[in-house]
Design a protein around this ligand. Structure first.
Ligand code: UDP
Ligand code: MG
Length: 170
């Protein structure tokens, strides 16, 4: 009983420190059969999956999601590519998850992304670059709300937490 109570406090304090970020496995990833491999990269890093679903993105949602590109000549091309088939949207949790995921993802152009990053290892393209990843903590909050309902994201105690972090980190 005492242990369970302690455990509860541990979880709630720990969760407050954690960040959440959005990753979208793009149509190129779904079509190339790379879903498992890419999910595995984030899992192996030690990020915790707290939400995931397959969805077919509408032009309306994509216009909102890529609003920062609306004046670019490739705006419609990028949106079209993103709704050629369903995508996988995921929410990953961890300390500094937003920046960690961006680092793992690599720079936008797959040809320039460093080996060892997801784009560097799997992409030869600026557009067909495997994943979308939120670019800041502020954006992550907005993007997670865009793609997930509240009850589609889960809070649970990852059993390996003490093997992922020192106890003064979490
Ligand atoms: N994109 C493109 N050409 C460009 C820049 C971006 O096709 O010159 C596409 C690419 O798929 C990229 C997405 O638009 O992932 C969003 O662009 P952003 O600048 O936000 O890059 P990201 O954050 O994905 O690295
Ligand atoms: Mg971006």
């Amino acid at each position: 009983m005492v242990f369970r109570k302690k455990c509860f406090f541990f979880v709630s304090e720990t969760l407050e420190k954690m960040e959440r970020t959005l990753v979208i496995l793009k149509p190129c990833t779904v079509q190339r059969g790379l879903i498992g491999e890419i999910i595995s990269r984030f899992e192996k890093k030690g990020l915790v999956l707290v939400g995931m679903k397959m969805t077919w993105l509408s032009d309306e949602t994509l216009s909102e999601h890529y609003a920062h590109l609306k004046d670019k000549p490739f705006f419609q091309r990028v949106k079209n590519a993103m709704n050629t088939c369903p995508v996988i949207v995921c929410c990953w949790e961890g300390l500094e998850a937003v920046s960690v995921v961006r680092t793992i993802t690599g720079v936008t152009n797959g040809r320039h992304a460093l080996p060892g990053t997801i784009r560097g290892d799997y992409s030869m393209s600026v557009q067909e670059n495997i994943v979308h990843a939120s670019d800041s903590t502020k954006t992550a909050v907005i993007e997670l709300k865009r793609f997930f309902k509240e009850d589609e994201l889960f809070s649970y105690n990852p059993s390996l937490l003490s093997n992922l972090y020192a106890n003064d980190e979490v």
